[in-house]
Write a protein that binds this ligand. Structure first.
Ligand SMILES: Nc1nc2c(ncn2[C@@H]2O[C@H](COP(=O)(O)OP(=O)(O)OP(=O)(O)O)[C@@H](O)[C@H]2O)c(=O)[nH]1
Ligand SMILES: [Mg+2]
Length: 258
């Protein structure tokens, strides 16, 4: 069982609810590799009556065809969605264009999403400087903070919020694999093993067998014992850095079947 709902998330959930009346638009960052499991239903409910822009992040790591199909699905549902590499200023700037188009006079937006989805990276790309703290781990942003993007547009960065209970086991390991859950909250061997089976059984990409990866990379301790734990961590890092190629773990067809 992988679950993570620390105190700061409960506080952040309340804060998001309170701040909603101050904003015109909600920008939700969702990792394109897990566009189903990476969308928090609690945030969905909370922001249901606001105009919403979905930013599918990590398009550089996701399968392009699958991302295209997610965008089509959002379009069918009448939700504005774009796919971005949140580190790239040019792509991310489209968010400001969308905000300005929707609210020409002035706009206040709130960025929301699960931990590590790329919310603060979006802020920095829009401001063209490292204004918000970003790191390669979940739970970096702890407080809400306003940023002025232009004389008329403001964006609030918020802490990543997970569901109080991550519904299925499949969603649990997927969220671990994309870095939404801190590494000390799960067993890397379990998650790497499930990731390997999932990708191979569904032919979603070309990940090496975990056993072969462990043997080839020489994760051997003194006395010849294999360090399977460190090997699995390395396997997950390789996946998350795109070393196994561009792989999406969910598509609109199978999303309900998780
Ligand atoms: N390759 C790639 N990396 C990204 C992308 N977006 C964000 N990252 C990286 O992912 C990590 C997490 O990004 P953050 O912006 O800190 O994520 P966050 O949503 O603010 O996370 P919390 O504050 O913990 O909720 C950083 O190392 C970013 O450089 C993307 O589109 N592509
Ligand atoms: Mg952040």
């Amino acid at each position: 069982m992988i679950q993570w709902y620390p105190g700061h998330m409960a506080r952040a959930t309340r804060k998001v609810g309170e701040a909603l009346r101050l904003v015109d638009v909600v920008v939700e960052a969702i990792d394109a590799r897990v566009a189903h499991s990476g969308a928090n239903p609690a945030l969905n409910r909370l922001t249901a009556h606001k105009r919403r822009i979905v930013a599918l992040t990590r398009r550089d790591l996701a399968d392009p065809k699958t991302t295209r199909r997610w965008l089509d699905t959002y379009a069918q549902r009448g939700i504005d969605a774009i796919a971005i590499d949140a580190r790239e200023q040019r792509g991310v700037a489209r968010i400001v264009t969308m905000l300005a188009a929707a609210n020409p006079a002035s706009a206040r937006a709130m960025g929301v999403g699960i931990p590590n989805a790329g919310k603060s990276t979006i802020v920095n790309a829009l401001l063209k400087r490292a204004a918000a703290k970003t790191e390669r781990r979940a739970g970096v942003t702890r407080r809400t903070q306003w940023f002025r993007l232009s004389p008329r547009i403001e964006l609030m960065d918020t802490p990543g919020i997970l569901m109080p209970k991550i519904a299925s086991q499949t969603s649990q390991w997927k969220l671990a694999a994309v870095g939404a859950v801190p590494s000390e909250r799960y067993d890397p061997q379990e998650v790497a093993g499930r990731l390997e089976r999932w990708v191979r059984q569904r032919d979603l990409g070309r990940v090496p067998p975990l056993d072969a990866f462990t043997a080839e990379r020489g994760f051997v301790q003194r006395g010849g014992k294999v360090d399977a734990h460190t090997a699995a961590q390395s396997y997950l890092r390789a996946f998350d850095q795109g070393k196994f190629g561009r792989i999406s773990l969910e598509s609109p067809d199978d999303a309900e079947a998780t």
